[in-house]
Ligand binder design. Structure first.
Ligand code: PGA
Length: 248
């Protein structure tokens, strides 16, 4: 089985200012971070240049969204070309807040994934079921359908990380249990084996997101198919360092 480098993404969402993010950045820059873990911080678009120039180069930066074309009359949007131009190498796409607060469809997310990859950005592609879907027993159906649309838009999987984030666990303090996370990750890997390829199933990092904290990260990180995390609230706190070091 291909070895998968542990990946921890922070998603700052629409939080912080130069002062508070600057403090967080100094904490990260001076912390001892496990060198076998890839770390990427998702900054608000207006702070991408600031984050990139202040963060140590060993820490990557991600935009939290982008549009599906390189340029044009799309007021308020940013393109992968602009993200690259700020020295930033990653973008988070399909986050549940984009899907459910801003109404982004699977189709639009797929188009964004395709264009971001063509523009040489790495993509953290997010999927996950809502509470009513889990309760109705349709978790698998939902995450497979979301992954299918992403898969149709990916040619080079080496630049993709798949983030499984159950919507009911995001920002709620209700983390999926290690068994619940492992079960879905394992099924997603089997889906990839059947529908994409064995190589992609073995090498794609599938990370978990939803109320990950320093207190629960180690147990989650010990699951065979959990290859890292996407962290919201706790990525704004010094405990993010402990999450980065969950496998250390
Ligand atoms: P949370 O957010 O860690 O605050 O639950 C996770 C995410 O939205 O990526």
């Amino acid at each position: 089985m291909a070895s998968r480098k542990f990946f921890v993404g922070g998603n700052w969402k629409m939080n912080g200012n130069k002062e508070s993010l600057g403090e967080l950045i100094s904490t990260l820059n001076t912390a001892s971070l496990h060198d076998q873990t890839e770390v990427v911080c998702g900054a608000p678009s207006i702070y991408l240049g600031f984050a990139r120039s202040s963060l140590d180069p060993r820490i990557g930066v991600a935009a939290q969204n982008c549009y599906k074309v390189a340029k044009g009359a799309f007021t308020g949007e940013i393109s992968p070309a602009m993200i690259k131009d700020c020295g930033v190498d990653w973008v988070i796409l399909g986050h549940s807040e984009r899907r459910h607060v801003f109404g982004e469809s699977d189709e639009l997310i797929g188009q964004k994934v395709a264009h971001a990859l063509e523009s040489d950005l790495g993509v953290i592609a997010c999927i996950g079921e809502k509470l009513e879907e889990r309760e109705a027993g349709t978790t698998e159906e939902v995450v497979y359908a979301q992954t299918q649309v992403i898969a149709e838009n990916v040619k080079d999987w080496s630049k993709v990380v798949l983030a499984y984030e159950p919507v009911w666990a995001i920002g709620t303090g209700k983390t999926a249990t290690p068994e619940q996370a492992q079960e879905v990750h394992e099924k997603l890997r089997a889906w990839l084996r059947a529908n994409v390829s064995g190589d992609v199933a073995d090498s794609l990092r599938i990370i978990y997101g939803g109320s990950v904290t320093a207190a629960n990260c180690k147990e989650l990180a010990a699951q065979g198919d959990v290859d890292g995390f996407l962290v919201g609230g706790a990525s704004l706190k010094p405990e993010f360092v402990d999450i980065i070091n969950a496998r250390a």
